[in-house]
Each structure stands twice: as structure tokens, then as C-alpha cells.
Design a binder for this molecule. Structure first.
Ligand code: ACO
Length: 356
């Protein structure tokens, strides 16, 4: 049986930045409230569609692994904000990277990336695949009703990707275990009406903002992530003290602190980068993996515990033992097209629609 080891990683962050003060300029909120209650200071607003963010992140991950797209056996793309539903945007990424393999999108909201890594590791362990690309990509700014302060401050755009490769050997590396769950009783607490339930002839149907019951999701998120993280550690026979780094879904710094507190994991072991990006849903964990590597927080052979939750209410946990390499083999010259607009200019049409 082969172990699924991360050999490549890449992210794509669109350049336009929307600060808390920018948002406080058009709704009743403050930088102080947002940063204290969520940990968020800024987020990025994309000038391109989700698949374009995903393709750049994918190309960077492939370069880091020293692979070309044609060597990939499967593409799994996690997103809740695809630019097209038909076809899936994994197909668009596939065309952009020149791969010839199976490709599909999954919608498990913010847990989607961990769902994807779990499924990829099982494909590798079974011998069905050897090299799998898993991408988390979102353009959540598309959903935002900028007049609703309870959600307008939370989300951002971005993408991250990893390459998982099957590795033989005596040492146990890569995905040591994962767990997936969904709590359908919580599906009304976090939802958007976007979909075939919309009346396509009614302009009101265009108001498909994200509806969030923040307090309820907060409680269920901490509980759901904790129980899955505990289960994954127990099943892998790894104790809390052996966890070197926690890379949680970045939805709220207070949720992360509650999770760490309940699991008695010291905050020095927890990676948090929500201040820079906000909640990019499926993209938060692969982006955080890239940032943790850049900051030297991921060491060869270290045990990384990851937990996520999202609409559904989905939850997932993953225990990963990093391989030997923490530097990319190659770099990619893939770039987004230049952005000529500020973040405020990019959201202006939505602001005019929702706030006037
Ligand atoms: N600025 C200022 N005040 C605000 C804002 C804001 N942006 N938003 C809410 N408030 C006010 C409320 O109106 C309320 O005022 P009141 O006391 O006068 O009624 C007060 O702040 C407290 O509101 P709460 O909702 O209790 O605030 P809370 O501390 O719970 O923080 C938050 C809200 C940040 C949304 C938090 O509940 C949270 O992070 N929940 C989890 C959300 C989440 O993680 N979603 C992830 C999934 S995303 C996906 O799957 C795509």
C-alpha cells in the first residue's frame, strides 16, 4: 500500500485588497469590531473567475512537485463558487494544465479541501492513482450582499493546491488518517439560495447572499472539529503531544482558539493567517499550508493536524505526516492577468445593487 505524501503546493491570491476600514466606509462596522471578533484585517477581491485562481495555484503546485500536468492521474477541485456548474471547473483547470485524467468538483463547503485530500489518499492507497492534484478555490465575493454586516466582513477570494504522490517505504509518511462528517440538521444555519431553486424569471431571485447564523455555526464548528480531530488522532495512535502543527480552517480566530483550548493544544502550535485573507472557504487550508512552509513552520516528518467545517454542516479532520522536502523543486511563471482596478472598484456594481 502506498502512502499519499504532499510533494507540491501552491497558492494564488488575487492582488486587490479590501481592508476593514474600506468596509467600515459603507456599512455600520469598525476595524476594531471585525479584528477583535474574527481576527480578520483584510481580504482579497478577485478580478478573475474561480477557475483562473485555481489554475494558477495548480500550476505552482505542479512546479513545486517537479511535475507536468500530463503526469497527474486525477484532479479533485473543491469549491462552493464555481464559475460554471456545467462543466465543472476541474475540467477548466485540467485544460489549463494539460492533464489527461479524471477531473471533478466537490462541494463540501469549507471542508471541501480536506474531503478532497482524504479521497485522494484513498485513491492512492488503493493503487488506482499515483499522483493526484487537489485544489481549493473560491470567489466568495460573488455571493456577498454588502449591506449585511454579519457576512460582508467575513469572506475573501483565493486558491490553494497540493499534489499528493504515492510513496512506498518503511517509514509511515503522508496521510495517516482522515474523518468526514455532515450534520444535516444544521443546513439552515449557513446557506445561499443560489441554484435551481431560484425562480429564474424573478429579479428578486438574484439576492442569493450567504445567510449565516453565526452563533449557532460557531458552537457546532468547535464541537464538530474537535470530535473529528480526536477521532483521527485516536485511530492513528498519535497523542496530542505528538502533534507538531495544527492547520485549521480559517473562519474565525476565536473558533480556532476555542478548538485549541478544548483540545489542550498550545497556541504556539497553531497556524493562523486569517488576518490577511479572511475566510476563503475551501482555500484556507491549502493557502495556510503554503504560508506555513514559507515561514518555516513545517519541518520534515512533522505531524500536522487539520480540521474544517462549513455549510452542510460539513466537518472534516486530517492527520498528515510531512515528507522530507519542505522547499519546492521548481517555481512556476504562471500569473493572473494584471488587475487594473482597486478592490472598491471591483465590488462597486454589487455595492450599488445592494447598498442603494
Ligand atoms: N460589525 C459590527 N457589529 C456587528 C457585526 C459587524 N460586522 N456583525 C454583527 N454585529 C453585531 C450584531 O448585530 C450583534 O449586535 P447586538 O448585540 O446589538 O444584537 C453583536 O455584534 C454580536 O453579534 P453576534 O452574531 O453574537 O457576534 P459573534 O461574536 O457571534 O460574531 C461571527 C459573529 C463573527 C459571524 C461569529 O459568530 C462567527 O464567526 N461565526 C462562525 C461563522 C463561520 O465560521 N462560518 C463559516 C462557514 S463559511 C462557509 O461554509 C462558506
Amino acid at each position: 500500500m502506498q502512502n499519499a505524501v504532499v510533494t507540491g503546493w501552491g497558492k494564488c491570491i488575487p492582488p486587490a485588497v479590501l481592508t476593514n476600514d474600506d468596509i467600515a466606509g459603507f456599512i455600520d462596522t469598525t476595524d476594531e469590531w471585525i479584528s477583535k471578533r474574527t481576527g480578520i484585517r483584510r481580504r482579497h477581491i478577485s478580478h478573475v473567475n474561480t477557475s483562473a485562481l485555481a489554475s494558477v495555484a495548480a500550476q505552482r503546485a505542479l512546479a513545486a512537485a517537479g511535475l507536468s500536468g500530463s503526469e497527474i492521474d486525477l484532479i479533485i477541485l473543491a469549491t462552493t463558487s464555481p464559475d460554471t456548474l456545467i462543466p465543472n471547473i476541474a475540467a477548466t483547470v485540467q485544460a489549463d494544465i494539460g492533464a489527461s485524467c479524471g477531473a471533478f468538483d466537490i462541494n463540501a463547503a469549507c471542508s471541501g479541501f480536506l474531503y478532497g485530500v482524504g479521497l485522494a489518499s484513498t485513491q492512492i492507497a488503493s493503487g488506482q492513482c499515483h499522483k493526484v492534484l487537489v485544489v481549493g478555490a473560491e470567489r466568495l465575493s460573488y455571493y456577498i450582499d454588502w449591506s449585511r454586516r454579519e457576512t460582508a466582513v467575513l469572506f475573501g477570494d483565493g486558491a490553494g493546491a497540493v499534489v499528493l504522490e504515492g510513496v512506498d517505504g518503511d517509514r509511515v509518511l503522508g496521510v495517516l488518517g482522515y474523518a468526514l462528517h455532515n450534520d444535516p440538521g444544521g443546513r439552515e444555519f449557513l446557506k445561499s439560495e443560489f441554484g435551481t431553486g431560484m425562480n429564474r424569471f424573478d429579479p428578486e431571485s438574484l439576492n442569493f447572499y450567504i445567510h449565516l447564523d453565526g452563533r449557532e455555526v460557531f458552537k457546532r464548528a468547535v464541537h464538530g472539529m474537535q470530535s473529528l480531530c480526536v477521532r483521527v488522532l485516536e485511530e492513528a495512535g498519535v497523542c496530542d503531544a505528538e502533534v507538531d502543527l495544527v492547520i485549521p480552517h480559517q473562519a474565525n480566530a476565536r473558533i480556532i482558539a476555542s478548538l485549541a483550548g478544548r483540545m489542550k493544544l498550545p497556541m504556539e502550535k497553531v497556524f493562523i493567517n486569517i488576518a490577511q485573507y479572511g475566510n476563503t472557504s475551501t482555500a484556507t487550508i491549502p493557502i495556510a499550508i503554503c504560508d506555513a512552509l514559507d515561514e518555516g513552520r513545517i519541518k520534515p516528518g512533522c505531524n500536522i493536524l487539520s480540521g474544517a467545517f462549513g455549510a452542510g454542516l460539513t466537518s472534516a479532520a486530517l492527520l498528515l505526516r510531512w515528507g522530507d522536502r519542505t522547499t519546492p523543486l521548481n517555481s512556476s511563471d504562471a500569473e493572473l492577468p494584471p488587475c487594473e482596478s482597486s478592490a472598491m472598484e471591483l465590488i462597486r456594481p454589487a455595492l450599488d445593487h445592494f447598498c442603494n
